[in-house]
Design a protein around this ligand. Structure first.
Ligand SMILES: Nc1ccn([C@@H]2O[C@H](COP(=O)(O)O)[C@@H](O)[C@H]2O)c(=O)n1
Ligand SMILES: C[C@@]1(CO)OP(=O)(O)OP(=O)(O)OC[C@H]1O
Length: 159
């Protein structure tokens, strides 16, 4: 049995706007997030965790930020590509864990629908997909409210 673990990390800065998209869920907020795509920092970290487990590069190599095709793209496109690659390589995703780091918005009230949304995209059971959050105790760029960071791990198994 071939068991792999990948990790992902991403950051997006706050910008003018009235909502953020996190783990596929649109949340009203007093700022938006800046990015070439929809700036879904959580989904980008999960996507990179899958690429990492497969040892197949990172999101920017598959979807270059210089390519106008991905301007404003919804990030489920990237996540679906990583899952498809895993399937083609004979791997099954068995677990995903994502941590969002920000003071605001509060993630707790949205975590369940985020898990459900990403599980649906990845073709996984919801109880194999975790989304959680922490502040950075008002320290650093997340603590100053300048942006959101996300960490993720993905476990892949080839039987
Ligand atoms: N954006 C966030 C940040 C935190 N939470 C929840 O609050 C708990 C306490 O956060 P600390 O940083 O003080 O440890 C954390 O465990 C989360 O449950 C949140 O929902 N959204
Ligand atoms: C997702 C891509 C798509 O062009 O752009 P961004 O939305 O800027 O996000 P990032 O996390 O910087 O990853 C790079 C790109 O692949």
């Amino acid at each position: 049995m071939d068991i792999r673990t990948g990790n992902g990390f991403d950051v997006h800065a706050f910008d003018i706007g009235d909502h953020v998209v996190l783990c596929g869920v649109k949340i009203p907020h007093d700022h938006g997030l800046r990015g070439h795509s929809d700036a879904d920092v959580g989904m980008h970290a999960v996507t990179d965790a899958i690429y990492g487990g497969l040892a197949r590069g990172d999101i920017g190599q598959h979807f270059p930020p210089s390519d106008p095709q991905w301007k404003g793209a919804e990030s489920h496109i990237f996540l679906r590509h990583a899952v498809q690659l895993a399937t083609e390589m004979g791997f099954t995703l068995t677990h995903v864990d994502c941590t969002l780091i920000c003071e605001h918005p509060k993630i707790g009230p949205h975590a369940s629908v985020m898990r459900e949304t990403m599980a649906g995209i990845m073709g996984m059971e919801m109880d194999r997909v975790s989304v959680k959050a922490t502040t950075s105790e008002q320290l650093g760029f997340t603590g100053r409210g300048e942006g959101i960071a996300a960490l993720a791990t993905a476990t892949l198994v080839k039987t």
